[in-house]
Design a protein around this ligand. Sequence first.
Ligand code: 5RP
Length: 233
Amino acid sequence: MAPPGAARREGPLNDADPRARQKDEAARAAAELIEPGMRVGLGTGSTVAHLLPAIAERRLAGLRCVATSPATARAAVELGLEVGELDEIGELDIAIDGADQIDPAGWLVKGGGGAHTREKIVAAHAQRFVVIASADKAVAELAAPVPLEILAFAAQSTLRTLAPARLRDAPPSPDGGLIADYLGELGDLEELAERLARTPGVVEHGLFEPALVSLVLIGSGDGVERRVLEASG
Ligand code: 5RP
């Protein structure tokens, strides 16, 4: 099984799973948004695994990338992409990432791979944050689980505060945080996001608000649905 946070790879596109083709369509449409010299944030997961070769194939001059996980960094470097640190590269022109759930208003659940803390930081430092996904990720209403990264210190106490919530059977994040899931009702998403963010011990939660998102690209297997959000471009 691929480790959490890995840029998970899938079989060939004639795979029985139509999601592979949908992910590839969305990823290729996103790669077309990148121009020479751009500073690019790279997400984590199996959809991003389609994005990396699509970017590399374009052979754009002067690209500098920031990866949201060690697995994505390794895969990008293997494909010949230049990868550096966000603190060195500074603000990004674009960040592209997958999602676990996308609602009609542009709220996302992320962190299925446990990389949502770095993913949110990278998205927040990008002029445009573009989400790529297969059609099954578009839902009418977000539902649990909502991934959490929490401090190891008093982890069970933190989880009791957020009950129902439980630790995931997964290695810690590259930054040492434990990966957990909030399992309760989501209700009002703004209220829940605020509650999770202000709970002591929570490093970051996997709810991404629409204000962070510029564009959602959803592959259908026969074209790409584009959802432009108000956030930016
Ligand atoms: C990792 C993430 C991923 O973007 C999310 O889990 C979607 O993954 P995939 O593209 O494999 O479906 O948030 O932390």
